[in-house]
Write a protein that binds this ligand. Sequence first.
Ligand SMILES: Cc1cc2nc3c(=O)[nH]c(=O)nc-3n(C[C@H](O)[C@H](O)[C@H](O)COP(=O)(O)O)c2cc1C
Length: 202
Amino acid sequence: MIIKPFLREAFIPLPVTFISTISKKGVRNIAPWSCVMPVLRPLDLICAASAKKRDTLDNIRETGQFVLNLPGTHLADKVIPTARKNSPEVDEFEVAGLDEKPSNTIQAPGIAECYAWMECKLYREYEEEKYVLIVGKVLRLEVSDDVLRPDGSLDVEKAKPLMMTGSKKGMNFCTVTDLGKHEPFSAMFPGDKDPFATRYDS
Ligand SMILES: Cc1cc2nc3c(=O)[nH]c(=O)nc-3n(C[C@H](O)[C@H](O)[C@H](O)COP(=O)(O)O)c2cc1C
C-alpha cells in the first residue's frame, strides 16, 4: 500500500512524553509531546519539534526551562486533558489532576506520577515558517528506582512507557515489549572498542 507522505509519523511508534513548564507569571503548564528525540549518543541534548502556537513554546522562550517527563501507560487518560487548548492562565496540573515533582536545577516542576524526568534548559532553537525545533540541554536526569534493572537500564516491563502510533483518525496508544536480546555498543566498532565507553564510567 502506498501511503501519503505526510502520514510518515504513523509508522514510527512514538513516545508520548509530557513537557511541563511555567509561564513568567508562574502558571504551570503541561502538554503531551511526541516529536522528541535525543541528539546523538553520548550528548546531553534533546530535541523537541514544536508548532508555532504553543504555550509550551512561549514558556520555554520566556523562562529558558522545561521538564521532559516520561509517563507509563497508566497516564494514558491524562493525554487529552493536557492536549486540549487551555488559556495560558490555567494551571494544567490542576486540570489533569497531576501532582508536582519539584525540580532541582530549574523552577519548572516535573510530574510526580511519571517514571523519569529530564530537567532541561533551552540550549538553542531553530525556527522555520511552520515549526520550531527546540534543543534542550539536560541538566538533570532522574529515573524512579522502581523501573530500573540491577545494571541501571530501564525495565520496560515495569515502566510500561506510554507510546503511540498514528492513524488517519487518531492515536493508537501502545507500549514496548522486551525481546530479551542485548548487543553491546562496542559490537558496532572495529576491534570491539566503543569510543564513548569511558563516558559511562561513574
Ligand atoms: C500524543 C500527543 C503528542 C503531541 N506531540 C506534539 C509535538 O510533538 N509537538 C507539538 O507542537 N504539539 C504536539 N501535540 C499537541 C500539543 O500537546 C497540544 O497542542 C497542546 O494543547 C499544547 O499545549 P500548550 O499550548 O499548553 O503548549 C501533541 C498532542 C498529543 C495528544
